[in-house]
Ligand binder design. Structure first.
Ligand code: NAD
Length: 309
């Protein structure tokens, strides 16, 4: 099946695509000729109606990743084109980043690095003193794939108690995995030592964490957001961190991305930023690339793709 790969994918996934499909990658001159293409793999490339209209033989748009906001799905469907994604491919990588954030914040790892780079006069200064994770309470906002993965890993490895705020998660489900459902966000904010956010950005989750929720958190609490920018109000977080109202925070996602170096949050010593790096591991990139190819191969073989969009 003639397949165009519009964005760079891992070498392993590219080799897999080329061995299973008639695949051409994005730096090939041939990629300008859309007339014969039957399948595409996209990461951020925009599949607009204008592009889709140039591909009369297109049967499938396979997203390398989860978010499909770069694909006009209604238009694709109106043309009988299948749209797929790879929803499970990156949850482990994102969960591991959230856990890395938790450690980095409670042990002040990046602050320690800066202190060492700037020259340090004595070991173990009090201002770099931190906390253990073991036995503490993890507050999960959102109990989807990533939230569960973060919770299970920290529960099993560090005996953390896990509490959950997710109106769509049942008490039975939470109990079955050893977590405790909390009915309101305020209570979760006041009880969590580490608070990790894994929800989609919606009208309800936009500005979910403002000065009100931050004021309820313990002075020793750490806030982590690996989901989407805009869920945590960045201005309010800045005020809370500057005044040491919470111990620390780490964000992988921002209202404007990539985060610019003059962002006020970057002046807070108790703050860690990464540039939407949650799924950026070799492991996840291979799983996303191979997963996208497999969906095309299924369609080619007359099977139904696994992802339902
Ligand atoms: P998921 O769909 O499996 O889970 C989302 C959870 O959020 C669901 O359990 C849902 O019930 C819950 N939820 C929805 N609205 C809520 C609300 N108002 N309050 C509380 N809970 C609510 O998604 P996932 O795979 O766990 O991913 C979570 C988010 O992480 C996604 O929205 C995605 O955009 C983001 N993400 C980020 C990266 C990254 O690189 N940083 C990578 C992958 C995904």
């Amino acid at each position: 099946m003639k397949t165009y790969i519009f964005d760079p994918i891992s070498n392993e996934a590219l080799a897999y695509a080329q061995s299973h499909l008639d695949a051409v990658c994005s730096d090939s001159p041939e990629i300008d000729n859309y007339a014969e293409v039957e399948a595409v793999i996209v990461r951020t490339f925009k599949m607009t109606p204008a592009i889709i209209d140039q591909m009369p033989k297109l049967k499938i748009i396979a997203k390398h990743g989860v978010g499909v906001d770069n694909i006009d799905i209604p238009y694709a469907k109106s043309k009988g084109i299948r749209v797929t994604n790879t929803p499970d491919a990156n949850m482990n990588s994102v969960a591991e980043l959230a856990i890395g954030f938790a450690f980095s914040c409670v042990r002040r790892i990046t602050q320690s690095q800066f202190a060492v780079l700037n020259g340090i006069e004595k070991n173990s200064p009090m201002y770099l003193s931190g906390y253990e994770l073991s036995g503490k309470t993890l507050g999960l906002i959102g109990l989807g794939k990533i939230g569960i993965s973060v919770g299970e890993k920290l529960r099993d490895a560090f005996s953390m108690k896990v509490i959950v705020y997710d109106p769509f998660a049942t008490t039975e489900h939470c109990n079955s995995i050893g977590f405790t459902k909390i009915e309101n966000l305020d209570e979760l904010c006041s009880k969590g030592d580490i608070i990790s956010i894994s929800v989609p950005l919606t009208e309800k989750t936009k500005n979910m964490i403002t000065s009100h929720e931050l004021s309820l958190m313990k002075e020793t609490a750490v806030l982590i957001n690996t989901s989407r920018g805009g869920i945590v109000n960045e201005d309010d977080l800045y005020v809370a961190l500057k005044n040491n109202k919470i111990f620390g925070a780490a964000l992988d996602v921002f209202v404007q991305e990539p985060i610019q170096k003059d962002h006020p949050l970057l002046t807070c010593e108790n703050f860690i930023a990464t540039p939407h790096n949650g799924a950026n591991t070799a492991d996840a990139l291979i799983r996303m690339g191979v997963g996208a190819v497999d969906e095309i191969v299924r369609l080619k073989n007359g099977e139904d793709p696994l992802s339902k969009l």
